[in-house]
Design a protein around this ligand. Sequence first.
Ligand code: ARG
Length: 586
Amino acid sequence: MLLVIQQLLQQALKNAIQKQLLPGFSVTSLSNGDKREIPLSLISVEISDKEEFGDYNSNLPFRIAELTNIAPEKVGSILTSELRQIPQGDDLFSQIEATKGYINFYLSSDYLLQSLQTILRQRDRYGYVIPKTGRNLVIDYSSPNIAKSFGIGHLRSTVVGQALYNLYSYRGWKCIGDNHLGDWGTQFGVLIYQINRLIEGKSRRDQKEILQNLTIKDLERMYVEFHKQLEENPQLKEQAKEWFRRLEKREKKALQIWKLCLSLSLREFNRIYKLLSIKFDYSIGESFYSRKARILLREIQKKGLAKKSEGALIMEFPDSNLPPALLLKSDGSTTYFLRDLAAVKYRLKKWHPKMIIYEVGADQSLHFRQLFQAVKLLKWDEVKLVHIAHGLIRDKEGKFSTRLGRTISLEKVLNEAIRKSEELMEKSETKRRLSSSEKKEIAHAIGIGGIKYNILSYHYSKDIIFDWEKILNLQGNSGPYLQYTYVRCYSIIQKAQKEGVRLGKLKKGTSLNKDEIALLRTLVKFPDVVQVAAEKFAPNLLCDYLYNLSSLYNYFYQQFPILKASEEDRSKRVQLTLATSYILRK
Ligand code: ARG
């Protein structure tokens, strides 16, 4: 609907210009160029958050008033009168009104009834947009560092990244999900040095046994130990560097130990992805780019964009206030930055994306500003680069920290969520009717769903205070509350089926009470909310919407009989219940 309204406004504006109703305003005024058409992107339309602003509103009169001497109220009334003259096909709106520089659009009941039928017909595909060619999108998410346990720090990137993937896929984009694993870098020099020391001089059989029994915890410990030893023996650093150099040269022994670290880590990561239902199309780690990075370096040098500095190579960013980025360390090893740049190049060539989204913590903002600036300087293909810089997840005492040795393993947190849900279930009446495998499945859905929903319900830029009570709250804005609402709908639908309630198509003019209308007005906006949530990279808007929908439905359920209502009301209300369930399920 957002698009329909934008188009109507565009047409109304053109008509008003043609009739010379807006002196001083022309097609080019808004489009800052000599375009013939006013770009739709400049006509902003929003979903209203208050009933008195209709279902949708636009501030277009304000924008035009700013560019002319005409008062916003006047522009508003000119545009609404033009809007009313445009034939809409079906009667979409019961009212279009201008108020204080805004234009408010009210959906008509006929349109609402028609849309209800559309939802019931399309179910899980209501609002789905068929993919168009040329709309490829790479999403870089999760991207943990191997040889460390998957900490709570990467949970946000994982969950929000996947949500963006799902939102954009629903909006007709071809998404390419890429887990940019941190599997390269000088820290592997340290680990290889340490592991090599463990097995050096041992028999093959012993070596094999030692390696097979290593865990991520061991790797973490060895890393910490190395830094302790370093205090007494600073020249160990050289040894670690040497090992990383050997790794970059792909020497057999170094590579073998590195591969062990990788497979150890992936085993744990994959368990977590499975628990969270996270999927990737690719998991191309940084290691993949280590050679490509060196080739890229030549391109950078040829373009005169690399500069020597204290034995290292850097890239400067003139015309911006960004500090230089490190391309090559003084010991000749490639950097995170250079590998990331090589990844951009690779992605552009392989997938021709229109956009690349990086779902990575805000602490890397500088890195991404430098990266995006470098892409500009290199004059590669046009691509929109976006850093979704998420905030921290804190516990009540502060940041969940790994440096202070208070590593919070994500796997533990997830299992704790499941355990807590089991506990909740034990307190519930329903549990008696459930088999133990059903109980397990439900505990998983509630616990994991609760955590994922909790994370998604915050705007990515905000810090999250990790709070079990909020996550598993059965009454507030939480995963379990939405699940509960869905289950309620589902049980009504099952009963209705048993009772043979007929769900005939609702006729034009079917009467709707105030609360039915409120519910329906919310239901029909699902596609618009998905659109806005995707455009603003803000799954939390979808959460707000679903929470609101759930509250409206539960209120409605408490106010009115559904299965015990008169035949006409019953059919209508069961249909509203069905529609609610489809949208919550999706
Ligand atoms: N591995 C990095 C880290 O854990 C995140 C990588 C994000 N993606 C990227 N293309 N830089 O900090």
